[in-house]
Design a binder for this molecule. Sequence first.
Ligand SMILES: [Zn+2]
Length: 293
Amino acid sequence: MFEGLEEFGLQNIENKPLYQDEDDEKEKHPGPASEKNNEAKYLFDSEVGCPVCNSRVTVKRIRRSALRLVSRDTDSMPHYQDINPLFYEIWICNNCGYAATQSSFTQPLTQAEAELIRQHISSKWRPKQYPPFYDAHIAVERFKLALVSATVRKARPIDIAMLCLKMGWVYRTMEDTDNEIKCLNQALIGLKSAYDKGPFPAAGMDESTLAFLIGELSRRVGNYQEALHYLGRVITDRTAKSALKEKARDQRQLIINAQRASQSEAAKTQDTPDSTSKTSPPKGLKRLFSKNK
Ligand SMILES: [Zn+2]
């Protein structure tokens, strides 16, 4: 997850597991850059104090009131007119290398957390000047830096998961599906941990909203069994809002449709004269899958 951060002096971080007991993942280079325009009216500079080294940091803020939401993906990824606020979500202190989302950056750290950042990041940190407007490539780099900080200070799984999810969303804007799926899979680890252990709300989500997100992300990464399990929890949860249950039923139907399509595809292969019984799935197994709704 951390490849490409050598210029910041963080070359040894790439073997660090994201969650303390998980293996790291290698990144490919992200896809083509997107053009930026008309973003200036949404952005303004502001100064905040760094919770690690106390220096004054100039950061970019978004004029939220000017944003126009165009649409939202089924996993809640928002699309806005003219600008993608996700690209500006991470703030970085160029003095000590601490990086975090806007909301985390303004939270104080414990002495122990700040010491971990100083020891593992600040001691090697090489500052970098960014251009006035950020594209998806820059956003990915900044999310990676925030993931390094979160991992080093042993942030909660839900915080690491939300960073992975949002980084996955940035990859989605680049149509880099491989890296998006990697990030969503990493996000799922932390989201499931938060779901199992609580407390709620977790990252602003109640239990059924988080179950829906896990179900929908599982569907997107192709883990249909897991998706059906979590969407089923939403559908049978008496406290869940009816609109959310409706969405869960819709996403469950997509899975059922996809499973039926792959079954009929398998059946076609079986029916072609050239195919032998060796290559076809056993009938009993097919029936088992088709019951799965
Ligand atoms: Zn700092």
